[in-house]
Design a protein around this ligand. Structure first.
Ligand SMILES: [Zn+2]
Length: 144
């Protein structure tokens, strides 16, 4: 066996995956060849260091942080839902009360309703823009 042939068996030799015969042939070559002995030694060193590295695993603290983050988002989402429902409900009730009150002149009612309609449309356009931006943001994050 020469040095080039040994290269093929190197990693198998380090991982103890060679047949006994191949392993012996590598050993015979290593006895005569200082260069390959050094290569083997360096490879073993790299393997040893890589194997000795601690495996990153979420600690208990990180898990707790992750859970609180999920809860935080859940609360925020529910909070917004309740506030939105409340505001929408109150506004609808107010509009209904105003529309059905007999004392107000018709022209004033029309003016107030156009204003409300205008504000609602502006709000909706902003909302739709935000939703679209959130979607593209998520898409960009996945692409990275
Ligand atoms: Zn050699």
């Amino acid at each position: 066996m020469n040095c080039d042939e040994l290269d093929i068996f190197l990693s198998g030799y380090i991982d103890n995956e060679l047949t006994q015969q191949d392993s012996q042939r590598v050993q015979v070559h290593l006895e005569d060849c200082a260069r390959c002995r050094r290569t083997i030694h360096e490879l073993e060193e790299v393997r040893r260091r890589a194997g000795g590295l601690p495996i990153p695993e979420p600690t208990r603290k990180e898990m707790a942080e992750m859970e609180s983050y999920v809860m935080e988002r859940l609360f925020r989402r529910f909070g917004w839902l309740i506030v939105t429902a409340w505001v929408t409900g109150s506004a609808a009730y107010g509009i209904y009360e105003y529309a059905s009150s007999p004392g107000e002149p018709l022209l004033q009612k029309v003016a107030v309703f156009s204003l409300i309609l205008g504000i609602a449309m502006l709000f909706l356009s902003v909302l739709l823009e935000r939703v679209r931006e959130a979607k593209t943001d998520r898409y960009k994050r996945i692409q990275k």
